[in-house]
Ligand binder design. Sequence first.
Ligand code: M6P
Ligand code: ZN
Length: 193
Amino acid sequence: MNLLKEDYPLSVQFDFEKGELSTYQKRAERKLSDLSMMFQAKEIVKQAVAKDDPVIYEIFYYGFQTSLSDMALGVTRIQPGTIGGEYYMTKGHYHEAHDQPEIYFCVKGNGYLLLETREGEFRAEKWTRGTISHIPPMWAHRVVNIGNQPLVFVASYHLAAGHEYEPVIKRGFLKRIFEENGKAVFTLNNQRE
Ligand code: M6P
Ligand code: ZN
């Protein structure tokens, strides 16, 4: 095989202190306005967006593309906090490609990985530092930070997986997580179509 420049091994560094990749190709920020459809308390969201539109989470990306393959790393750092009592979380998505799984590795913080299929199967995986979860194909996935520090997780997936957000924007997940007297409480999402 004739190796091209991109076919050689490559390493990147994760900074545990900061909870971010030291080398990344792209950084994205998701503010409350990008997630306005996700939280239950739409009116409170509207006011908070108008006031200071806080950053809910950031993502640091690195893509490894060789002549035969593609792998991506995403490091996501979710801030601690609630809006209308509901904990900060990622948008959540399905993969466009129906045969694509993903690995999530919680490296900092506490929370839940919520998973759901189109047929209505639901799972909530409890996360502490060190939990590694396999997300099988066809399961939507969202991470919720229930702690009082940033929750950081590393994702490994194929770029070919793609992101599908529409069904999550429309239906949300079966359950939401609220803070009640310092505790995480699950409630049924009553805004489902
Ligand atoms: C992980 C990966 C990314 C994803 C990110 C944020 O890093 O799964 O593909 O974009 O989390 O999640 P979301 O796209 O749902 O906002
Ligand atoms: Zn994914």
